[in-house]
Design a protein around this ligand. Sequence first.
Ligand SMILES: [Cu+2]
Length: 164
Amino acid sequence: MPSTLARVAVLFAAGFTAAAALASATTFIVGDDQGWTIGVDYIAWVRGKTFKVGDKLVFDYPSAEHAVTEVGKNDYFACAGGSALSNDRSGSTNVTLTGPGTRYFICNIPGHCTIGMRLAVTIAGDGSPPVVTPTATATGSRIRPRMGPVGVAAAAGAMIKLAL
Ligand SMILES: [Cu+2]
């Protein structure tokens, strides 16, 4: 019986951790209200922001006017879209930051990159994963002495309800 309760508690703790990790992912609208367009300083837009693995970039733009073209570092600085890693003109381009490092985006419509439609985003990689700290109720052997059997049962019951 205690092992079943402990298992439920561990499952509950794992579920809570996963939910917390999901909740901490951030969606960034590139350029905020202005979106992906000419006349926005994307270098300034990036400044002060922290991008993490799992965060998402959303580029909003009129599909007839712009594109989101992911390129390598050299092509970013050269405004060259010829050997793009990807290109999208859907009007709403979602990019999930799946790993650490720097990713480079330009608009490959001729002339647009050179006048500022380029974005370089550096994704932090060294953040250690959240540490799961077993609580007193999650580990049977660590139940606080001052909590009587009724309290333990009530706590376990509450956790089972939450887990279901
Ligand atoms: Cu453009």
